[in-house]
Design a protein around this ligand. Structure first.
Ligand SMILES: *[C@@H]1O[C@H](CO)[C@@H](O)[C@H](O)[C@H]1NC(C)=O
Ligand SMILES: *[C@@H]1O[C@H](CO)[C@@H](O)[C@H](O)[C@H]1NC(C)=O
Ligand SMILES: *[C@@H]1O[C@H](CO)[C@@H](O)[C@H](O)[C@H]1NC(C)=O
Ligand SMILES: *[C@@H]1O[C@H](CO)[C@@H](O)[C@H](O)[C@H]1NC(C)=O
Ligand SMILES: *[C@@H]1O[C@H](CO)[C@@H](O)[C@H](O)[C@H]1NC(C)=O
Ligand SMILES: *[C@@H]1O[C@H](CO)[C@@H](O)[C@H](O)[C@H]1NC(C)=O
Ligand SMILES: *[C@@H]1O[C@H](CO)[C@@H](O)[C@H](O)[C@H]1NC(C)=O
Ligand SMILES: *[C@@H]1O[C@H](CO)[C@@H](O)[C@H](O)[C@H]1NC(C)=O
Ligand SMILES: *[C@@H]1O[C@H](CO)[C@@H](O)[C@H](O)[C@H]1NC(C)=O
Length: 508
């Protein structure tokens, strides 16, 4: 077999730098599940990352970005699921699972982590595939969260048919199996999320709306679906724009919204775009709007807890149907936090690669982790379980033992098994359709600000399975105006706007 001389030098070269910047969590096992989580997010960087630093991609500098305790919680959910399966005597009896988890904070800075998963088990080099199976270090990959990031790393894994079973990337593109043959997800495709948003608009007769996105595939793909969905519903897209990276340019966007007299704003973007955007809305005293939140931010605790958030108007949002709690998770977190000082860097190999070291992680309390946005807990949990069930089948395990301990499962076998997998978890059926997508189960939430602080309240749901259904209980909504808001339709502006739309989206 040929071996690329490209060792995975990205994080070995500059040992001292990476030690402080690359929180890699790992635990050995018979089969390793790879995880890529955005532990640091790009918003809120205050000029510390200069261009000269960005020119050195081998130095991983994720730690310069803002630490995300929400992602840290997601990592803990993955660890929790793996430990639970490892403990189980029914699922994968006698087979231990381990994990390697990297911070995937940007394509530019974290590609090395994605490549690391491809290295041959026990070697540290990536063989050039020559028709013979090789065993990469991992049996599957979960994450990264964002659609754009997923689309950029996925081809690395697809070429080896390594299954990606992921929880956040919901872009419709990822359903195309000719491009992403070993991609599966436990979060529904945005095709359904957009359909749910349009159902909300129709419910309240809001036909004069703005669509605001971020500069990435998640938002762009949703816009395409949105335009198709609103046409038959007689809803007019009065204005669309991309949230600029330069925060001082966001004001212009609100000026346009005011100019076109738009009251209903669909914000379909990742939190790295939404947090500065909503903050700007508060700062600029944008008020009395209806905000429709995509699933990325509808449950965001940082935003809903902002002191002035009430002023911006009424927020309705879509969220992945969540299970209120994973039984035993709180206790797991308490134990993890308690044993931090014990398991940090005791193992020589871990020490070398800085396993478990992350100063931000270390200072995050159990309370913070448990109190974080629970939206993605169940989808991560079920992604890990789906891999375990598929592996269980690939190894031909029974209830008490695995048929033949000589069998070695390769990633492509797990991919094949995932197509057939069907099981119940917390009484929810987990399975994938021919595109690797799950059925859609969304809740519709409202940011109820009747009390001094706002909180998330479920007001309805949108399901595609077992039968399509949509309902909202309007009596649960506390409108900023005290009563239901209706919007007007200005036909005469349409020509100007159509022209404007064509330029606005690409102007950044
Ligand atoms: C692939 O590499 C292995 C090991 O070097 C070799 O034995 C085998 O013949 C190669 N297969 C092909 C198709 O070249
Ligand atoms: C799984 O179990 C084995 C032995 O029972 C143990 O050595 C390993 O640390 C466990 N792994 C996890 C992720 O709990
Ligand atoms: C796994 O088993 C160990 C030992 O019995 C226990 O302490 C731990 O809480 C279990 N973990 C989970 C996630 O159930
Ligand atoms: C952001 O936009 C403002 C106004 O156009 C400009 O003065 C400033 O230099 C820009 N900042 C960056 C970092 O590009
Ligand atoms: C976890 O710890 C918190 C306080 O640190 C406590 O309130 C909670 O009851 C504990 N939960 C469990 C399940 O042990
Ligand atoms: C985390 O903090 C504990 C004490 O709070 C300390 O003992 C431990 O060494 C720290 N771990 C790391 C990896 O920094
Ligand atoms: C499990 O789901 C089925 C149908 O979806 C329902 O009838 C049953 O009550 C649920 N069981 C529990 C324990 O929630
Ligand atoms: C508002 O406060 C009341 C009384 O404390 C409580 O019962 C209610 O659940 C709160 N409502 C929301 C939406 O938080
Ligand atoms: C809607 O919510 C109100 C207030 O909680 C409740 O009384 C009513 O039964 C709900 N209606 C439906 C159809 O669920």
């Amino acid at each position: 077999m040929l071996f690329l001389v490209v060792m995975v030098s990205f994080h070995l070269m500059k040992q001292s730098d990476t030690c402080s910047s690359l929180p890699q969590l790992s635990l050995d096992g018979d089969y390793i599940l790879g995880g890529l989580f955005q532990l640091h997010e790009k918003y809120g960087v205050t000029g510390t990352v200069t261009d000269t630093e960005n020119r050195k991609p081998e130095v991983l500098q994720c730690h310069r970005f803002t630490f995300s305790s929400a992602s840290y919680q997601q990592i803990q959910v993955m660890r929790f699921a793996i430990e639970e399966i490892n403990n189980s005597t029914l699922l994968l009896p006698g087979v231990s699972l381990g994990y390697e988890i990297f911070d995937y904070c940007s394509d530019l800075l974290s590609y090395g982590a994605a490549l690391d998963f491809l290295t041959q088990k026990g070697r540290g080099a990536i063989p050039v595939w020559n028709g013979t199976n090789y065993r990469p270090k991992v049996i599957s990959v979960t994450g990264p969260f964002g659609s754009s990031q997923t689309i950029s790393v996925a081809p690395l894994y697809m070429s080896e048919m390594i299954p990606m079973v992921t929880h956040g990337a919901s872009s419709v593109q990822l359903s195309y199996k000719n491009r992403f043959p070993s991609f599966f997800r436990t979060i529904p495709s945005d095709k359904y999320q957009v359909a749910a948003i349009v159902r909300i608009l129709r419910q309240f007769n809001w036909n004069w709306v703005a669509f605001i996105g971020g500069d990435n595939d998640y938002s762009r793909d949703a816009l395409t679906v949105f335009q198709d969905e609103i046409r038959p519903a007689n809803i007019c897209l009065a204005y669309q724009d991309t949230i600029p990276q330069n925060q001082s340019l966001i004001g212009r966007l609100f000026n346009n919204i005011a100019m076109f007299n738009i009251q209903v704003i669909v914000v379909f973007a990742n939190v790295e775009f939404v947090i500065p955007f909503i903050q700007k809305a508060i700062d600029l005293r944008v008020k009395e709007k209806i905000w429709i939140a995509s699933e990325t931010w509808s449950m965001n605790q940082e935003l809903i807890k902002k002191s002035q958030i009430k002023r911006i108007g009424t927020v309705l949002g879509i969220t992945v149907q969540r299970h209120k709690d994973l039984r035993g998770f709180d206790e797991f977190i308490n134990n993890t936090v308690k044993s931090r000082h014990e398991n940090a860097c005791t193992d020589m190999d871990l020490k070398e690669r800085c396993g478990q070291i992350c100063s931000d992680c270390n200072s995050t309390s159990a309370q913070t982790i448990i109190g974080e946005d629970p939206t993605y807990s169940f989808v991560i949990y079920s992604a890990v379980y789906a891999v375990a069930h598929a592996l269980h089948n690939a190894l031909r395990c029974g209830t008490w033992n695995c048929a033949d301990s000589e069998i070695i499962a390769y990633p492509y076998m797990v991919t094949e098994a995932l197509k057939q997998v069907k099981f119940k978890l917390d009484n929810q059926s987990i399975e994938f359709d021919e595109n690797g997508d799950p059925p859609a189960h969304y809740d519709i939430v409202h940011w109820d600000c009747k009390n001094k602080t706002c909180s998330n309240v479920d007001i309805g749901s949108y399901l595609t399975n077992p039968t399509p259904s949509f309902h909202i209980n309007e009596t649960l909504i506390h409108w900023f105006a005290g009563t239901k808001v209706s919007t007007k339709f200005f036909k005469s502006m349409q020509v100007y706007i159509t022209h404007h739309q064509n330029t606005a989206w690409y102007s950044n």
